[in-house]
Unconditional design. Structure first.
Length: 146
């Protein structure tokens, strides 16, 4: 599937928001303790619009529950599934990153936005077109909800 990179809230990378260094840096040790190794990944997300479709993680490789990653934020649950992101410079292995909306306090993404963790990819900016490959046994492509 293909999608278009869109600007995010800037919270994951620390570009904006209340978490110095970004939420991914703060979450990383908690994910590592649960077996999700983010070494080599950029500490921010690629926000890919696949509108009008959306993805559902039906069999994530990891679900990390009740992560108390920041003192003033209630614990959250996150799921991950592997993916391949192809853009400028060729394909790279990444992870679909899904904060569960029922535990996320704010900074929500529309259901047509896929959040991706990957190594730094030069040339990625809002408006860039990327191809995303996922395992159909783990991730389903669905029509957008009305």
């Amino acid at each position: 599937m293909t999608g278009t990179v869109v600007a995010g809230h800037g919270v994951a990378s620390g570009r904006a928001g209340p978490f110095p260094g970004g939420s991914i840096r703060a979450q990383r040790p908690h994910f590592a303790a649960a077996g999700v190794d983010l070494d080599g990944y950029y500490p921010g997300t690629i926000n890919l619009s696949i509108a009008p479709a959306r993805l559902a993680l039906i069999r994530p490789t990891h679900t990390v529950r009740d992560v108390a990653w920041w003192p003033d934020v209630p614990p959250e649950t996150f799921s991950f599934a592997p993916c391949i992101v192809a853009g400028p410079g060729g394909p790279v292995a990444g992870l679909l990153y899904r904060p569960h909306p029922e535990t996320k306090p704010d900074h929500f993404q529309p259901p047509t936005i896929v959040e991706i963790l990957a190594p730094w990819i030069p040339g990625i900016a809002p408006g860039a077109h990327l191809t995303l490959e996922v395992d159909a046994e783990r991730v389903a492509l669905l029509p957008s909800t009305p």
